[in-house]
Design a binder for this molecule. Structure first.
Ligand code: C2E
Ligand code: SIN
Ligand code: SIN
Ligand code: FE
Ligand code: FE
Length: 397
């Protein structure tokens, strides 16, 4: 439909056809300035004007602004300028035949642009009882020299449509930027949370003087097991961070027991075992998924699959999965590293011990994962292992 060649006004059918042509384009457009141009283009064809602009209020700058098709940037005028300002202030439309014979006309834009305005229509853009801007049409084209009452009605029609569309585009844009802001805040909060957990884990490790990064290895191994077990990336991350706190309860164990070189007496061992309950108690009232899992792990990482562990003699799947996973990682690391009470075990002995614990100490499937990927799990204890490369672990024979 080429309006330039058609000298007469559009019939209602043609107006409807134009509306149907534009509707999908407008519905698909979410940027406010592109919408302004689409609407202006639609308006220009429907009322057969040489120019159309949608002016919107910029509340921060107390100005009206619009976007023009080939303009480099937007145009801005004072809120009170000319016919547009009149419609904005009064909420009434304007229909004039010769702008230069109307006192409301602001000649400055003609002077600036070298354009000559004659006939003008303006229509307030209303949404929710508020005037948010003005739809303006300038200079009738075709056989008719002036805009008619019918043109004004048509301008009203597309103004209602435009106001609703722009309003929802603006709302969507605001929501989107608010959502982005929220997301950033949540990320900040999460990383602060994780950081605190890491520090807390390191505090408990420092206190028990475990050699070289026990908690980080246990966390990494727990995450690897969780991955092979088929848990989601989110669960893997939770298990990693929650495992950092598995021995948090050791902060409550006296040094004489914690740092004793050699075997513990029965009563010392009983005291030592209370670290599970201490850890769980410290984390018990937490509300986040992460700290709830940390409480599960701290409380149940010394439970055994066969029900002979501590503190609650939980059996099988009654032991929280994260604790079952961390238990395997904890023992793998305890056996493979030197402790104040024992040297590191040789690789073959570690592997045999883990295999022997299949279905007794540990859930069988978790032992299978370790054995199936043994090199990957054990590599961090070899002299060229990844953890050692990172400088986190002294070499172990
Ligand atoms: P940990 O050193 O982090 O050891 C974690 C778990 O790894 C132990 O839980 C045990 O299940 C396993 N594990 C560690 N070393 C050995 C070992 O030589 N042989 C076997 N079969 N398993 C081993 P457990 O027994 O509940 O011990 C909890 C914590 O109590 C240990 O954490 C450690 O801090 C302390 N502890 C345990 N036994 C002794 C000991 O004989 N002397 C001293 N000083 N501390 C001990
Ligand atoms: C699973 O998540 O695969 C099992 C859950 C459970 O046994 O606790
Ligand atoms: C131990 O308490 O030292 C033995 C744990 C296990 O069953 O491996
Ligand atoms: Fe422990
Ligand atoms: Fe441990």
């Amino acid at each position: 439909m080429s309006y330039q060649e058609n000298a007469t006004d559009l019939g209602d059918g043609e107006v409807a056809a134009l509306l149907f042509e534009y509707m999908p384009k407008i519905a698909a457009e979410h940027k406010t300035d592109s919408l302004l141009m689409l609407m202006a283009d639609l308006g220009r064809q429907i009322v057969r004007a040489d120019r159309c602009s949608l002016w919107l209020i910029d509340e921060e700058r107390n100005e009206l602004w619009t976007k023009v098709a080939h303009g480099v940037s937007e145009l801005r005028i004072p809120l009170s300028a000319g016919f547009v300002g009149y419609s904005l202030k009064t909420g009434k439309p304007v229909l004039v035949e010769d702008a230069y014979r109307d006192s409301r006309f602001d000649r400055r834009s003609d002077i600036k642009s070298g354009y000559h305005t004659t006939s003008v229509m303006t229509m307030p853009l209303e949404s929710d009882d508020r005037v948010m801007g003005v739809f303006q049409a300038i200079n009738k084209i075709g056989d008719n020299v002036f805009f008619s009452k019918k043109d004004l009605e048509r301008l009203k029609l597309i103004s209602v449509y435009s106001a609703k569309t722009i309003e929802s585009a603006i709302r969507a844009q605001k929501l989107e930027s608010y959502a982005k802001q929220l997301e950033r805040k949540a990320e900040e909060l999460e990383s602060a949370h994780m950081e605190l957990i890491r520090i807390l884990g390191e505090v408990s490790e420092f206190r028990s003087q475990e050699v070289g990064d026990h908690i980080h290895r246990v966390s990494e191994i727990s995450r690897m097991i969780a991955r092979y077990y088929g848990l989601s990336a989110e669960q893997q991350k939770l298990i990693y961070y929650a495992s950092l706190l598995h021995d948090l309860g050791k902060v409550g164990i006296p040094d004489t027991v914690l740092k004793k070189g050699g075997r513990l007496t029965d009563s010392e061992y009983a005291q030592m075992k209370s670290h599970s309950i201490i850890g769980r108690t410290l984390l018990r009232d937490s509300k986040t998924d992460l700290l709830c899992m940390a409480a599960d792990i701290a409380g149940a990482h010394h439970e055994r699959w066969d029900g002979l562990g501590y503190p609650d003699k939980l059996k099988g799947e009654n032991i929280p999965l994260a604790a079952r996973i961390c238990a395997v990682a904890d023992v793998l690391d305890a056996l493979s590293s030197p402790r104040c009470y024992k040297p590191a075990w040789a690789e073959k002995l570690v592997k045999d011990e883990i295999l022997k614990s299949r279905g007794t100490h540990f859930q069988p499937e978790l032992v299978d994962i370790l054995i199936d990927h043994w090199d990957e799990f054990y590599s961090c204890y070899r002299p060229d292992g990844e953890f050692i490369k990172k400088g986190l672990l002294p070499p172990v024979k």
